[in-house]
Design a protein around this ligand. Structure first.
Ligand code: XIL
Length: 354
């Protein structure tokens, strides 16, 4: 069983080195096959983000390392963490998450090189000419992506570059460098790590609309210009009160048809708390629908949930009165959403289904 799992991951190109693992190293807590194993059988990954403070929680880590076959650092690779002072780099936290991933034979999505949030003060508060900022951006990307060269499956090179109406987001990079910063960032990332899959990543991209249309136009142009771009990441921060994005599968497919990989990169499905049975049932249905949408698109390589337990979800701190967004509750017990994802993956893995 673990060998089949490892072979499927290798076939999907998600890991470079596979070590034989005793069967006991991958016990599903509630079922004999884990989400990761089921996803791997369909040549996908099912991952969870994690964050360094959580590394003191042994019960949490046990599930993270056994149930999922991919992970990403929720914060550790962001600019404030990796270049806290100009030209001074610190990869301690990112390395901690990556080491965990490697020990548990998980693929690793690296997040993120260029973003307007969680920038260090020196960058936020500084005044830079275009030439200076271009040099800063280039050095940041080359240094960070070189540090992780050959060790990560993918990079979210630019995160959240567009507004809801499809115009460019007014960030320090856009303001100072113009829209060409995106192509530059992708080229520098490729130079630094020729094998990592290079992604643009954003939220509210799930449905067809002005924002996803803007990405569609941009990635088409980038490809036509020979700019290295491998994938588009759909964050998937969904909320019950806004309705399910019905065009998700069709949207994933149109990007895939451009010759790109697609992935659901930060999935969580929040609700107003307290949760109740009906809301949790709808949430479970949505998790299943997202999973099925990815499985129905050949180039949808996998799904990452934005941590797996409500114990460590970012939602309550950011969206007042909302929460309960993840497939495990605050006591690390699986919710209906867990079974829904599992069932969707298992159905897809049945012979004759793909
Ligand atoms: C979030 C983290 O989970 C939080 O811990 C942090 O305080 C803020 O950022 N879109 C992204 C992620 O691309 O990087 C964000 O992560 C969530 C929204």
């Amino acid at each position: 069983m673990p060998h089949r799992f490892a072979a499927a991951l290798a076939a999907a190109g998600l890991v470079t080195a596979i070590a034989a693992t005793p069967a006991s190293a991958h016990p599903g807590p509630h079922h004999d096959k884990t989400l990761g194993e089921l996803a791997a059988a369909s040549h996908r990954y099912l991952g969870s983000a994690t964050d360094n403070p959580e590394f003191s929680d042994a019960a949490y880590l046990k599930i993270l390392g056994s149930e999922f076959n991919s992970t990403t650092a929720g914060n550790a690779l962001k600019w404030y963490a990796t270049e806290p002072q100009q030209g001074v780099f610190d990869f301690t936290q990112g390395d901690q998450v990556l080491d965990f991933a490697r020990k548990h034979h998980m693929s690793f999505r690296a997040h993120t090189l260029v973003w307007h949030n969680q920038l260090p003060d020196w960058l936020n508060n500084g005044t830079f000419t275009a030439d200076q900022l271009r040099a800063i951006l280039k050095n940041h990307i080359l240094t960070e992506a070189r540090h992780y060269r050959g060790k990560v499956y993918s990079w979210d090179v630019v995160n959240e570059a567009f507004n809801e109406d499809g115009t460019y987001r007014d960030t320090i990079f856009y303001r100072t460098l113009g829209p060409g910063y995106i192509a530059d960032a992708l080229r520098w990332a490729r130079e630094a790590d020729p094998h990592a899959k290079l992604y643009l990543n954003d939220y509210n991209l799930e449905a067809i609309g002005p924002k996803s249309d803007a990405y569609y136009t941009l990635v088409k142009q980038l490809k036509a210009q020979g700019v290295p771009i491998d994938g588009v990441g759909f964050q998937g921060h969904l909320a019950l009160q806004y309705g399910y994005p019905d065009t998700l599968q069709q949207n994933l497919q149109r990007f895939a048809d451009l010759g790109l990989d697609v992935a659901i990169t930060e999935l969580d499905i929040r609700m107003y708390v307290p949760a109740d049975e009906a809301k949790l049932a709808t949430q479970a249905d949505w998790y299943a629908r997202v999973t099925k949408a990815c499985l129905a698109v050949r180039r949808c390589v996998g799904i990452t949930i934005w941590d797996y337990t409500d114990k460590y979800s970012w939602i309550p701190a950011v969206f007042q009165g909302e929460g309960a967004a993840l497939p495990y509750d605050e006591n690390l017990q699986p919710k209906p959403a867990y079974d829904a994802i599992r069932d969707a993956l298992r159905d897809a893995g049945r012979p004759g289904r793909h």
